[in-house]
Design a protein around this ligand. Structure first.
Ligand SMILES: Nc1ncnc2c1ncn2[C@@H]1O[C@H](COP(=O)(O)OP(=O)(O)OP(=O)(O)O)[C@@H](O)[C@H]1O
Length: 941
């Protein structure tokens, strides 16, 4: 890592004149005249830039590295009066320099931030120490040592742990930034301020400020140790002069540090490789700056530039900058491992130096602070005996012992030289190895840091990936679960769909079949429809005919009522207002209502019967006729005399007979109704008998099955028994078989007896019922016959008495229409009234009225209809009776068959039991016998 070189232009002081330093457009390059050097600074801060700005832009980053464990060096160089001290220390509290700023920043960070930046590793238990040295005239001055505590000049020492260092230098523990700045200012105040012939001492002196930091990082118990070195170099303008001249003019020590520094830097610049061998021992300063210039340190140089400077000085300065910028360092993090490695390396170096140093040739006096291994023997003699304000070196002669001894010494010296060269070679190789190790260590540390960081990043990314992986897994599991559910649901749906499809197919098949059936049905229905339509048209015609007939009947009924009313009025007139004859108007009203109800208003009653005035007119007509008749009667009475009274008496008798006939007809109707009720009851009983017969048949069938099953079981048991036996029956087996057979027979007998009793009881009951039915039937017939005889004895005609007894049966008469019934009743009454009237007329003699005119046909038709009706009714009753008789015969036949069936089976059972008994060898001491009356019974002999 090369040394970074930045430039800072100082503003011109009052009276100094204008700025002559040339800066290019990019403000990075300072050109020393037209033919002079030019150098490209990493940063070139102009005059106006404050120290704080430079600190912020260029030093803060170094401090971060410093706190991370790197050694840092800030070289502040330039001409005398260019502002080196100004940059390092500032001039006041308000215009401070780099060191106070470093303290401020350092403590602010150490106390404020507990963790390293970027790596976030904890930082704790820090210790800050301050050392300040001044190298002037090859002497090391401890600037922090109080003046009155003895000598403050120090010797160089080389220890494995500290390397080359000022022995016993004061190291002050710094607790905070202000104390650090305070100590720093105190140290500055102790710098050498003498004036020499060649200018003030500060021009030739170097101020070294070391800020040592010890801090524990992370879990490591051993702290990192790093050093921040702020080195204010002497003015470089002397380098523009000839070195030999300087030495001749000033002596070898005054500018030795600067000359040696320039020489070392030039060597380092020309040897960037780590295996370079650099002679740092040219001065105290270069020895102290071994690490800062070419070792384990990150170095940055701030070169202060005066606004006006001489050409050769600026040329020298830029060359100095150029060399600096080409110096390569090998900084590493100074953790415990690196420290141990460096200690190990330094131990070897110290050991070699001790081995190489010769106690014979030269001895450094106690007052000398001669650096370890710094002086080569020839140079020793050139060291002046006295250096102003410094240490005295003296060459101590070994004595005058003759030429032989000198030659021996020279020989030994040559041997030693050879050894020295060998050692030098080894040292160089070791230095190269150390450089490699440092480089490797640096790389390793950097790689370690990078790998740690990368490891953290990788771990973080791994955790994030793990989390994301878990999330993906959970999502995948959830999705898998969801998909599984969906698949199951779809499978269920598929199965349901398949089932549905099968159902639909079956339904379609069934529907097709049904469709075919329906088609067939439709054809059948179409045929049926055609037939029905034909029937309907026929029925419609029939209906129309019936309606017209009904209307005709209604009209006829009304006419009859009219006629009846007229007759009733005549009867009233004839009977002199007998109230028993009835009110003709009421009869008309009743018939009107009946006709209106049955014809639904189609028959215009009033048109047929006429209104009240018509009826009154008819009544008047009848009354006038009545009066005419009365007049006729009175005339006849007058003419016939006593015949009238006799006729009246006969008429009265006729009326009485008429009343009796009516009562008889009513009574006969009542008896017919009772007979009808009895016939209905008989029918019900007949049905009950049929049901009972069916039950008996089923019972007989069940009994037969039961007996068959039992017998089969018995036969199987006996066969099994016989098969199991040896064929030679002994007494015990015979006894067991006999016992078994006896129990079987007992069981059969008992059940047979029970069934026989049940069947006998049922047959008896059935017979009783049949008898009862026949008895009732005969009673009905007898009643009917008596009725007919009574009617005949009363003189009722054949037609009026109704059908003969053998036609007596319920039939279509029950379903006759109300009109027909009413017509029949009215016809009967009409016939009665008419017969009464005829008889009265016959009795009254010679009456023949106008009423016969046109009425004979009507009566004839009515009589004809009534005869037809009677015949139809008789036919229906005969059919019903025949049906009942045939059913009765069938029932009797069924009963007989059932009885035969039972008897046959009982005989078979008996024969089977006897056969079994014979098979078993049982004596026929008890046998089954049957009686000859179709009933079985067991007779024990
Ligand atoms: N950047 C600056 N801004 C203003 N004044 C400055 C600046 N730099 C230097 N000076 C002033 O220039 C003068 C010389 O500065 P300084 O003493 O720091 O130089 P020097 O390089 O340390 O000199 P020497 O090498 O002789 O010690 C001082 O008065 C200082 O205040």
């Amino acid at each position: 890592m090369n040394i970074e070189v930045i430039g800072r232009l100082r503003p011109p002081s009052p009276g100094e004149g204008k700025v002559e330093v040339e800066v290019d457009r990019e403000r990075k390059m300072v050109i020393a005249g037209p033919q002079g050097m030019h150098f490209n600074f990493q940063s070139l801060y102009p005059q106006s830039t404050s120290t704080y700005d430079i600190f912020r832009k260029s030093v803060e980053i170094l401090l971060d590295l410093y706190m991370a464990g790197f050694n840092i060096c800030l070289l502040i160089g330039g001409e005398s009066g260019s502002g080196k001290t100004y940059t390092m220390a500032g001039i006041s509290r308000n215009n401070t320099g780099m060191v106070p700023m470093i303290f401020d920043y350092l403590f602010a960070k150490l106390t404020g931030e507990q963790y390293m930046p970027e790596t976030k590793v904890s930082r704790h238990d820090y210790k800050v120490n301050l050392q300040m040295l001044e190298v002037y005239n090859e002497q090391i001055k401890d600037l922090l040592k109080p003046p009155r505590s003895g000598s403050n000049y120090l010797k160089l020492a080389h220890s494995p742990r500290k390397g080359v260092h000022a022995k016993d230098a004061t190291s002050l523990r710094i607790k905070d930034a202000s104390s650090g700045s305070s100590y720093f200012q105190q140290g500055l105040g102790r710098r050498t301020e003498t004036m020499t012939d060649f200018g003030p001492a500060e021009k030739h002196a170097t101020t070294l400020t070391y800020i040592d930091l010890e801090v524990k990082v992370g879990e490591n118990p051993k702290p990192n140790r790093s050093r921040f070195s702020i080195i204010e170099l002497p003015g470089v303008e002397k380098l523009a002069d000839n070195v030999e001249r300087i030495r001749l003019r000033e002596g070898p020590a005054l500018s030795q540090s600067l000359i040696a520094l320039n020489s070392v830097i030039t060597s380092l610049a020309s040897n960037p490789q780590p295996e370079r061998i650099i002679n740092y021992k040219q001065s105290v300063l270069t020895q102290l700056l071994q690490e800062e210039l070419g070792g384990n340190c990150k170095t940055q140089a701030i070169i202060c530039i005066k606004p006006r400077t001489a050409f050769d000085v600026s040329n020298t300065l830029l060359r100095f900058c150029l060399n600096l910028s080409q110096v390569t360092n090998f900084p590493v993090v100074n953790d415990s491992l690196a420290q141990n490695l460096m200690t190990n390396y330094r131990t070897k170096v110290v050991d070699m130096e001790q081995t190489r140093s010769s106690p014979i040739l030269m001895t450094t006096m106690p007052t000398s602070s001669m650096p370890l291994g710094s002086a080569t023997i020839p140079n020793v003699t050139t060291i002046p005996a006295s250096v102003p304000g410094g240490t005295n070196y003296r060459v101590v002669p070994l004595g005058n012992q003759g030429d032989d001894e000198i030659r021996a010494l020279q020989t030994e010296n040559l041997i030693l030289k050879d050894q020295n060269e060998r050692l030098q070679h080894r040292l160089e190789s070791l230095t190269g190895k150390f450089g490699n190790l440092s480089n490797t260590k640096t790389d390793l540390s950097q790689q370690l840091l990078a790998s740690e960081e990368e490891k953290l990043k990788v771990s973080q990314s791994l955790v994030e990936m793990q989390i994301e992986n878990n999330k993906i897994k959970e999502d995948a599991e959830a999705m898998k679960f969801e998909l599984t559910n969906k698949i199951i649901t779809l499978e269920n749906q598929l199965m349901e769909a398949e089932n549905e499809r099968d159902r639909h197919l079956k339904g379609a098949k069934g529907a097709k079949e049904r469709l075919a059936d329906m088609e067939k049905d439709r054809k059948d229905m179409a045929d049926e429809y055609v037939a029905l339509k034909a029937n309907y048209s026929a029925l419609t015609k029939e209906h129309h005919r019936e309606v017209s007939r009904n209307e005709e009947l209604a009209i006829e009924l009304l006419n009859l009522v009219n006629a009846k009313a007229a007759l009733m009025r005549q009867v009233r007139v004839l009977t002199n207002g007998d109230t028993t004859v009835g009110d003709p108007n009421a009869e008309i009203a009743r018939i009107k209502a009946l006709v209106a109800k049955n014809s639904n208003g189609r028959v215009r009653v009033d048109d047929i019967i006429g209104n009240q005035s018509d009826r009154d007119a008819a009544a008047d007509n009848l009354l006038s006729r009545n009066r005419f008749y009365e007049n006729e009667i009175s005339r006849l009475k007058k003419e016939r005399g006593g015949d009238t009274e006799r006729l009246e008496g006969r008429l009265t008798n006729l009326y009485k007979e008429l009343t009796q006939a009516r009562n008889l007809a009513r009574e006969r109707q009542q008896q017919v109704s009772e007979l009808n009720a009895k016939v209905i009851i008989l029918r019900g009983e007949n049905e009950q008998l049929q049901t009972q017969l069916n039950r008996m048949q089923h019972k007989a069938k069940d009994l037969g099955e039961d007996y068959r099953a039992r017998l089969v079981k018995y036969i199987e048991d006996i066969s099994e028994y016989v098969d199991k036996g040896s064929g030679v029956p002994n007494a015990a087996t015979e006894a067991r078989l006999r016992e078994y057979t006896n129990s079987m027979l007992k069981d059969i007998r008992r059940s047979h007896r029970e069934r026989e009793n049940q069947l006998s009881h049922a047959a008896q009951k059935f017979k009783d019922r049949v008898k009862h039915l026949l008895h009732k039937y005969e009673e009905v017939l007898v009643g009917y016959r008596n009725l007919r005889q009574l009617c005949e004895s009363r003189g009722v005609s054949e037609a009026e008495m109704g059908p003969d007894e053998h036609h007596m049966s319920l039939g279509d008469a029950e379903i006759q229409s109300a009109h027909l019934k009413e017509i029949a009743r009215l016809k009967a009454e009409m016939s009665n009234v008419r017969s009464d009237y005829e008889s009265t007329k016959i009795r009254s003699g010679g009456y023949s009225g106008d009423k016969d005119d046109g009425g004979g046909d009507t009566w004839g038709q009515l009589r004809k209809q009534m005869r037809e009706f009677t015949l139809n009714t008789q036919q229906g009753l005969e059919q019903e009776r025949a049906r009942l008789l045939s059913e009765n015969g069938v029932l009797r036949e069924q009963l007989r068959e059932s009885q035969d069936y039972i008897d046959n089976h009982l005989v078979r059972y008996k024969e089977e039991i006897l056969r079994l008994r014979r098979m078993c060898g049982i004596q026929e001491d008890s046998i089954l016998l049957t009686d000859t009356h179709n009933s079985a019974r067991i007779i024990r002999h």
